[in-house]
Structure formats: structure tokens, C-alpha cells
Ligand binder design. Structure first.
Ligand SMILES: Cc1cc2nc3c(=O)[nH]c(=O)nc-3n(C[C@H](O)[C@H](O)[C@H](O)COP(=O)(O)O)c2cc1C
Length: 174
């Protein structure tokens, strides 16, 4: 299975990246191919709502920024993993921008499952702004939710969390 991770953390070696690395290790051992985009280091602008992608050239975005690298990856992956630190009770804006820019391609029919990886300082911060939002994407795309994985406070960068994410990656089936 081809897996795409969209990591919205601006910390290259942060807690989100730590979970992502453990996930990748497990997924690769299980025979999957994983690629990662660190969206916080990419030049991705917000959607202009120009509707060019819907009214002029279907599926084509007028903004020629780094989404031009992300679109083909989204459109050729079997699974997408959204990974983000929690910022003000929601995903990072660097991940939000990427998700909202998929408006131009609309539902990626090739994607069959998704997962969510979140890191936060505090517990109980994954409420409607994140989990309900994520569930809405799952339903809109018509995909299987493979799981939501969270780490807060001392769980961040812990061996226990790494093991959990590793086992999740290892367990993935096509
Ligand atoms: C702008 C900003 C907003 C944050 N908002 C929250 C929040 O609402 N709730 C929370 O528990 N942690 C919050 N945090 C803490 C981060 O979620 C936490 O440090 C996380 O582990 C960072 O992950 P990273 O190392 O992958 O970037 C915030 C941090 C920043 C910089």
C-alpha cells in the first residue's frame, strides 16, 4: 500500500515527527511504501476561492505553489495520515492549508483509509475542532478511519507512544 503522511508540525524533530517516525518504521516493515510531506516547510497558500478548479479547468489549481507536488501524491496514495501538533484546539494552520487546498481535486477516489496523529501539551484537547472535523473528512471522502493516535505532555516522545505507533504501522493491511 502507498501511504502519504502530511505532517503539519514546524518542529523537524518534534513530538509529532517522533510519532510519525515510529509509524513509518512499522509500516515499512509491513511492506508498505511511505512518503512524508512536512507541510510547515512548504510554500502552500490558502485557497483563493476563485473556483477556477471547478469552473475553468476541472481539478487544476491556479496557484502554482508547493501544492503542485502534493496533489499527485494525494491522487496516487491508498492511505493518508494527517499528523499535527494541536494549536489552539485544532490542527496547525500549515496542515489546514493543505487540506483546504484539496478542494480543487475534491474527493481523492484512490484513498481508501486515513489516520490522524496528534501531539499536544495538555490532555482532553482533541474535541470537536479536531476529531469531529477529522470524522467529517472521513465521511466526506468515504474512507475507513484506521485510527486516531494522540500524545500529550509526558507521553510525547515516550517509548510507550513510539511502540503504539510502530505497532499501528505494522498492523496495517492493504
Ligand atoms: C501556537 C501554539 C498553540 C498551541 N496550542 C495548544 C493547545 O491548544 N492545546 C495543547 O494542549 N497544546 C497546545 N500547544 C502545545 C503543542 O501542541 C505541543 O507542544 C506539541 O507537543 C508540539 O508538537 P511538535 O513538537 O510536533 O511541534 C500549542 C503550541 C503552540 C506553539
Amino acid at each position: 500500500m502507498k501511504i502519504l503522511v502530511l505532517n503539519g508540525s514546524p518542529h523537524k524533530d518534534g513530538a509529532t515527527a517522533d510519532m510519525v517516525q515510529a509509524f513509518i518504521k512499522g509500516a515499512e516493515e509491513a511492506g508498505h511504501t511511505v512518503s512524508v510531506f512536512r507541510t510547515a516547510f512548504m510554500n502552500v497558500h490558502g485557497c483563493l476561492a476563485c473556483e477556477y478548479c471547478r469552473t475553468q479547468e476541472k481539478g487544476i489549481c491556479v496557484q502554482k505553489d508547493d501544492m503542485q507536488d502534493i496533489y499527485p501524491a494525494v491522487l496516487s496514495s491508498d492511505m493518508i495520515v494527517f499528523a499535527s501538533p494541536v494549536y489552539y484546539f485544532t490542527l496547525s494552520s500549515q496542515l489546514h492549508a493543505v487540506i483546504q487546498r484539496t478542494y480543487s481535486i475534491d474527493i481523492p477516489a484512490n484513498v481508501r483509509q486515513t489516520a490522524l496523529i496528534l501531539s499536544s501539551g495538555s490532555p482532553f484537547v482533541y474535541g470537536p475542532a479536531i476529531e469531529a472535523y477529522y470524522q467529517s473528512i472521513v465521511e466526506y471522502w468515504g474512507v475507513r478511519n484506521a485510527g486516531i493516535f494522540t500524545a500529550n505532555g509526558k507521553q510525547n516522545k515516550s517509548e510507550a507512544k513510539r511502540q503504539e505507533l510502530y505497532e499501528f504501522g505494522r498492523s496495517l493491511k492493504d
